[in-house]
Design a protein around this ligand. Sequence first.
Ligand code: ADP
Ligand code: MG
Length: 234
Amino acid sequence: MLNEALKVIKLAYEDGRNFLFEYEAKSLCRLYGIPTTLFKVARNIDEALQVARDIEYPVVVKIISRDIVHKSDVGGVIVNIRSDEEVINACKMIKDNVLRHNPNAKIDGFLVEKMAQPTTEVIVGMTKDPQFGPTIMFGLGGIFVEVLKDVSFRVVPLTRYDAEEMIKEIKAYPILKGVRGRPPADINALINIILNVSKISSEISEINQIDLNPIFAYPKGAITVDARIILEKG
Ligand code: ADP
Ligand code: MG
């Protein structure tokens, strides 16, 4: 699994990038046992149609571009696509949106994914602290992280106990435990993702930053819906 992961990273460096495309980051996640949405890469609109049929509707289409970091900020993500016609329209719209935002952007392709049922969103991240090295962050998605800064941190390598503690110490933990008719999230599935991000971070020194945002936390299981991995300068 380490060798396979290093291959993915080598390909990115050879392509002149110091970051992984979402599909590469998700492949790496899967190598380390982190569940992700089912996805396929299409180089053009015709291929997007083919792979959407393979994956089966509903699907999500996302831009693949070395020049775009936050895909939805530039209209590069369209969810809940339910027919061939909608796939074609979504690809055209995404291309237009991206090029309007950055006329020089290279369109590397389209990522077609299985649409996952929306639910409670959490985030797991890794950054390298100059003093402590790889550090894992956990929080709930959206405003909880961006506005309320309700997050917890632990330094790699984490024990199962560390992972459990960092989930339980955020203020929004009651939301994960289940409130007002919301079912509880599968805490064990979240612990496993945190531990696997810790494992990736301690094994692969070429990785500078990991951002799994969002992870959909279901009553049974959790899946990574978006993954971004930044590499050390090659
Ligand atoms: P970015 O963070 O680069 O803008 P994301 O891949 O996170 O792009 O997509 C933006 C949002 O679209 C996500 O936060 C999520 O709410 C939704 N989304 C993305 N992919 C899926 C999917 N496969 N199933 C359901 N919702 C999705
Ligand atoms: Mg995202």
